[in-house]
Ligand binder design. Sequence first.
Ligand SMILES: Nc1ncnc2c1ncn2[C@@H]1O[C@H](COP(=O)(O)OP(=O)(O)OP(=O)(O)O)[C@@H](O)[C@H]1O
Ligand SMILES: [Mg+2]
Length: 377
Amino acid sequence: MLQRLRRFLTAPRRLAELQRAYAELQREARRHAQLIETTTAIVWSANADGKAPQGTTAWSVYTGQTPQEHVGYGWLDAVHPEDQAAAKARWLYSVQHEIPYETEYRLKRPDGTWAHVISRGLPLWSDDGSHILEWAGTVQDITALKHSDQKLQETQAMLVAKERLAAVGELAAAVAHEVRNPLGAIFNALNILRRELEHPLLGVLTEESDRLNRIVGDLLDFARPCEPRFSGESISKVINQALSSVDLGSRGIDVRLELAKDYDQLPMDGRLVRQLLINLFENAAQAMPPVGGRLQIRTERAEEALRLFVTDNGPGVPVHLRERVFAPFFTTKATGTGLGLAVVKRIAESHGGSVLLEQPPPPLGGAQFRVELPLPT
Ligand SMILES: Nc1ncnc2c1ncn2[C@@H]1O[C@H](COP(=O)(O)OP(=O)(O)OP(=O)(O)O)[C@@H](O)[C@H]1O
Ligand SMILES: [Mg+2]
């Protein structure tokens, strides 16, 4: 009796407590809902057996799937085909072993692009910890992160390549420098020997030493800092000087010049531009057929630059090599050093200009290099 009376007296207080707890729960639920709304992640849930219920609005908006399409393992249809098997296997592993789930995959956006996402999930256990009630987790978009990571890696790779190149260049220059002196001694000895005896092998020795000397010269040219000393020079004169330095006549190469008359004097380092042209002419001559070789040199005025085209009728450069021909030490020739075009690029850029490999207009059809040298403004 006493007990019943006490219960009766305390009932309003307990009711108030219950009401407070209920209000608190409601606030908590609202906070939850708000959190789900405002978080950049998509919140998901799954049944204890690993199958998904209907998708949330956020999932539908993000993937373009209807809530129904999400059901069961339907959500996997929005995952990139290459990532599907791994994502599913990882998920089933977590469900089977009752351990947290975390994996990355690509997810299709309604516009057809692929977003990189990371999905994480945790099991919600029953109060007594005997079994899993359901799973809850999030899908977070990490596309921007992935892109910046990729950019970082690319930049790093480029820096490493540059540094390695600089180190190789320095080493090559040091070796070339050391080789030059003994090479000079070999030349002298060869000259004396040739005066005193006749032997076919002497010709081979001379030829091979000449080649060595050229390689050493190329290496030193490449390693030397390229600082042009500008003065006003006639481009047609420099072109003719370069032409006379390359043996074109004895090979019967037909040279055609088309030079813009009104823009002849240019601020440039004549010695360097001559070197640039010699390298291009040598490549052209080496690429040409033994008979019927044609070399065309044309200049024209562009907006703020003089454009110079060197075109040959050789086989041209295969598409897959076009990006690489300017890289130092890239060569497809048995006796090439692969520095010719690297030097061309360096000289053009040291003049504030550029060089490009183009597809020449018919009927020449070989390789066409376009050099631009800025005109004074
Ligand atoms: N006119 C051209 N026609 C076809 N391929 C060319 C032409 N010019 C350059 N190439 C290609 O580009 C590569 C690099 O040229 P580059 O002048 O840098 O080196 P190389 O001529 O091989 O050697 P080096 O000039 O140092 O003796 C060549 O090996 C060749 O494959
Ligand atoms: Mg060359």
